[in-house]
Design a binder for this molecule. Sequence first.
Ligand SMILES: [Zn+2]
Length: 432
Amino acid sequence: MKIVFKNALVVTMNETMDILKSCDVLVENDRIAAMGALSPEQMDKAKVIDATGKLLMPGLINGHNHAPMTLLRNFADDMNLQTWLFEHIFPAEDKFTGEDVYWATLLGIMEMLASGTTCFVDMYFFMDEMVKAVAESGIRAQLSRGVTCNDAGPDFSQDKKLNESIDFYKKWHGAADGRVMGAFAPHAIYTCSGNYIRAIRDAAEKYNAPIHVHVDETRVEHEDALKNYGKTPVKYLYDLGLFDLRTIAAHCVWVTPEDRLLLKEKGVSMVHNPSSNLKLASGVAPVAQALEEGLNVMLGTDGPSSNNNLNMFEEIHLAALIHKGSALDPLLVNAGEALRMATVNGARGIGREDLGVIRPGNKADLIMLDLEKPHFKPLHNPVSALAYSSQGADVCMTMVDGRILYDHGSFPTLDREKIFYQIDKACARIFS
Ligand SMILES: [Zn+2]
């Protein structure tokens, strides 16, 4: 199977941020095979897509999500995190079935594909159903069973959620031609005891699996950690040994300069979630400083209940704006850095060097944007245009593993009407 994108404006996201005009890109099976001027042999038997007036770039990687929370979109808004989570979200989630999670994940995937996301990092529950949605849709994801447990322990060998995490990883890591990647996910320090986090960590280490965890999201979390443990959330998790494993730490809004040194020492990837942090009034993460210090900072939407969409272009836009405004410094987090967070840095965070950059040999996870729009004229600087002018709706094609999953409003692998119907049905029951 060969596909050629002909005459595209290619934003490679490589180390020198090369932008290639009138460039052809050859996709063979699941990989980018060649780019530049292609020979007749290379073009032979290829399906040609005319990319004139289109921009081709790597698919976006959403570094922190809870996709099935589409069911809770616009359901509990304008409140602080603790009230939102404990009084509204957790009680509603208790009514979810596996089938709800399946349809809600598909709805989230539909939204992500239509706005240029080709891979997402998620923690939730009913993992068999989430895997099914990812496998059927064709998208890529790092998934984990998010777990909570405040029991003191120390013996958790019979713990249901821990055993579900292990079973999930053993059963599904590497599934769907490697599109499903597994991880372990202790939810946060305020929902898990120290011994429980240690038990999850030990299980993850046994399977050589990565970690996905919420870290230092709110001032309450930060101050409670100082009060209860005499140390910051980052130092607490560092001392528990969690960061000895490859870790994605969502939020990190309240991390101190000393914390950032610890995160850097352990190669922990931070995930910036600007919409969610603003909406829940959690604060503005020290992203400019973290980037300056050489930390890997990814970008995420967080769940669609605290955002309230899964549009990564909105996060790129915000990431390039809020640090300037809050620090009164227009030099902070430039357009290229914001785009890197959503592509290359995302790939690094999930340990995938073959994603996030358009270059021969990499996976063909690509998106195409329609430049024939008023807000792209004139196109002085494509990188600036992507960060400051573009919208998710500019995406006209999304490809994962060489397969087109979104094409000018249609979803070849998804049944849009059926998904909408099942979402309405699930909501009628959950919120009755
Ligand atoms: Zn989250």
